[in-house]
Design a binder for this molecule. Structure first.
Ligand code: A3P
Length: 290
């Protein structure tokens, strides 16, 4: 049985906040009971770390550069979230190999995941940029709480009163695991800097060979400006009452270091101190660390 509580626009389950708009008890139960197959592939992220990007990259890569899926299927059905309501509908009769995304922390993954050989690409991003991206997302998405001022939102972010809890807990949960050979870590920053290189790493991890042409083509198609124009990936299919891109587009800036345009020196110091303290027992080294 699921132990949960309701809190305004969210379902709270085992320390995680899930937006009710796309998650129900049934969808969480579906995720918990999901039968993971050995050839399943998951892209796991903390929200605003590059999920939509992976929903574009993986189907292209796995279909040898065929544009049909990314041009005809919305990202949320193309590579569904394991824990969202669409999963049961979309994954029910999908043939292997299946590709999914998830925002679940490690310990909330279904039991069958741990005994499987399913692979995971875990994407991390500078939490300061995540906080900025999320702040704008809360302004445009009516199914999320109003973020308040940026300063107030930073407090919520740091205390984990946000979607999927604390960033540090999420990142730590997916480290030092006994699934070492089936998880690949990549950062949003590496992807921005050298997408072509990241694609090469994905191919190797997946045990696949792609021609230079396919890799070049996928890298080109998955550039921010191209994805922004893809109706199937830019969330323009979502009615304005749920996501209002006139307030802030979902594919907003697509850059690294935008936090510098938003954080005051005091906020920067406060944020860095909390993250540093909570990450001190880990060996994580990120491109954005000083
Ligand atoms: P910004 O708000 O900083 O622009 P998620 O998909 O996990 O919700 O993450 C959304 C963030 O990823 C947004 O960040 C979005 O613009 C960015 N993003 C999506 N596709 C991208 C791409 N092709 N290149 C760079 N950033 C991308």
């Amino acid at each position: 049985s699921l132990v949960y509580s309701m809190d305004g626009k969210y379902i709270v389950f085992r320390g995680c906040r899930f937006p009710k708009a796309s998650h129900t008890l049934e969808s969480l139960r579906y995720a918990v009971n999901f039968q993971v197959r050995d050839d399943d592939l998951f892209a796991v992220t903390y929200p605003k770390s590059g999920t939509t990007w992976m929903q574009e990259i993986l189907p292209l890569l796995l279909n040898g550069g065929d544009l049909t899926p990314v041009q005809t299927i919305p990202n949320w059905d193309r590579v569904p979230w394991l824990e969202e309501t669409r999963a049961a509908l979309v994954l029910g009769d999908r043939a292997s190999p299946r590709t999914m995304v998830s925002h679940l922390p490690y310990h909330l993954m279904p039991p069958s995941f741990f005994s499987s050989k399913a692979k995971v690409i875990y994407v991390t991003r500078n939490p300061k940029d995540i906080a900025v991206s999320s702040f704008y997302f809360h302004q445009m998405a009516s199914f999320l709480d109003d973020p308040g001022t940026f300063d107030e939102f930073l407090d919520k972010f740091l205390s984990g009163e946000v979607l999927f809890g604390k960033w540090t807990e999420h990142v730590k949960s997916w480290r030092n695991l006994d699934i070492e050979d089936r998880i690949l870590y990549v950062t949003y920053e590496e992807m921005v800097q050298d997408l072509r290189g990241a694609l090469g790493r994905f191919a190797k991890f997946l045990g696949k060979e792609f021609s230079q042409e396919v890799l070049d083509m996928v890298a080109d198609h998955c550039q921010f400006k191209n994805m922004k124009n893809n109706t199937m990936s830019n969330y323009s299919l979502v009615p304005k009452e749920f996501m209002d891109s006139s307030k802030s587009p979902f594919l907003r800036k697509g850059v690294t270091g935008d936090w510098r345009n938003h954080f005051t020196p005091e906020q920067d110091a406060r944020f860095s101190a909390v993250i540093k303290e909570e990450m001190k027992d880990t060996s994580c080294k990120f491109p954005w660390d000083d």
